[in-house]
Design a protein around this ligand. Structure first.
Ligand SMILES: NC(=O)CC[C@H](N)C(=O)O
Length: 363
């Protein structure tokens, strides 16, 4: 394994060795605190353009299996670990993390102090970085990183290009794909839904024409303000069909209702984030992966009510519309990876759809 380095825009350099693809890539360096779940993390399209540092110190020991991908084509720009296991052992394992990343053209960096890197990100906020060969001109890379913009419009890169149908005998749910994790689709299939997955630019009229009983707004990468067409679409379906938003979908629902969003210093990424439901005081331990948040103060001027908050930092984790059937959460009820505590939210969505159907449909 060849020597590789991580160069950060603030000039810091971490020396380690490469695994995965032997390529150089830049991205926003973030960290995830999950102890397991690297296969789901690296294939979650919400990480598009990011270099993910895993804080758990030994990664790769249970390999890569056939079933746990959250998307077929990973969109991350790199994976950083303390120690990489090249010879995995697990009955479901089909290949190693190294061979998967190699095949997908994604660079890995191992052998660095991931605690030090994580502390740096926590203090400074997320940083732009580049995984490079050890003999690069570091000063030139730093200049290039400083001059570069944050990646934009990642949703365009990961959303499906064409709509497709996943037939089921139950309610018809239009799933708007902003970079959907497959776990969300599974959550609907398990509830017998008849799912139509549509591209992120689909209009409100097209969604209504599909005969949607409910609309699920998926997770996805980047800044929610980068997808104004989706915000317009949500304004068009609000009050006409029940809506459930997850992560980016939650941020987009909030923007469509007049709230604002902003960037968190270092985000929430991991499998153990406690969230409090305000109505009951109940805590769910949740899977999270986001760098933006809905601004709590901005909710006052809207018809949205705050339903969930993050226990760790008090940020907005869930909202519900006071008039129309629409709610959303910043965390991941589909987990993958992480605990299933919040899986009941798919049932809440089904309930909302069923109750809406009982209302007289039109005047
Ligand atoms: N997982 C997601 O949907 C992430 C939402 C958004 N891209 C963020 O970082 O906040």
């Amino acid at each position: 394994m060849s020597e590789k380095i991580l160069v950060l825009e603030n000039g810091e350099v971490f020396k380690g060795y490469g695994f995965g693809a032997d390529v150089q890539m830049s991205g926003e360096v973030v960290f995830n605190t999950g102890m397991t779940g690297y296969q789901e993390i690296l294939s979650d399209p919400s990480y598009c353009g990011q270099i993910v540092t895993l804080t758990y110190p030994l990664i790769g020991n249970y390999g890569i299996n056939r079933d746990d991908f959250e998307s077929i084509t990973p969109a991350i720009h790199g994976l950083i670990v303390k120690e990489i296991e090249l010879e995995p052992s697990h009955w479901r394992s089909e290949e190693s993390l190294h061979t998967l990343l190699e095949a997908k053209g994604i660079p890995g960096l191992a052998g660095i102090d991931t605690r030090k890197l994580t502390r740096l990100i926590r203090e400074h906020g997320t940083l732009k970085g580049r995984i490079c060969a050890s003999d690069v001109d570091v000063a030139a890379v730093v200049e290039m990183l400083k001059a570069s913009e944050w990646m934009k419009n990642q949703v365009e890169l990961v959303s499906t290009k064409d709509p497709y149908h996943v037939p089921g005998k139950g309610k018809r749910v239009v799933l708007v794909d902003f970079g959907m994790k497959h776990g969300i689709l599974h959550g609907l299939i398990e509830r017998q839904c008849d799912v139509i997955v549509v591209p992120y630019k689909t209009t409100a009229e097209e969604i209504i024409r599909l005969g949607a009983d409910g609309v699920l707004l998926s997770n996805g990468p980047g800044n929610p303000e980068d997808v104004p067409e989706a915000i317009e679409m949500i304004k068009g379906i609000l009050g006409k069909v029940p809506i459930f938003g997850i992560c980016l979908g939650h941020q987009l629902l909030a923007l469509a209702c007049g709230a604002t969003t902003s960037r968190l210093r270092f985000g929430h990424r991991g499998s153990n984030h406690p969230v409090r439901e305000l109505a009951t005081g109940k805590i769910d331990i949740t899977a999270q992966n986001h760098g933006y948040t809905v601004d709590a103060e901005s909710l006052e001027a809207t018809e949205l009510e705050l339903t969930h908050v993050a226990v760790n930092d008090g940020t907005v984790e869930g909202v519900q519309h006071k008039v129309y059937p629409a709610f959303s959460v910043q965390y991941h009820p589909e987990a993958s990876p992480g605990p299933d505590d919040a899986n009941h939210l798919f049932d809440s969505f089904m309930k909302l759809i069923n109750e809406n159907k009982k209302q007289p449909q039109h005047v």
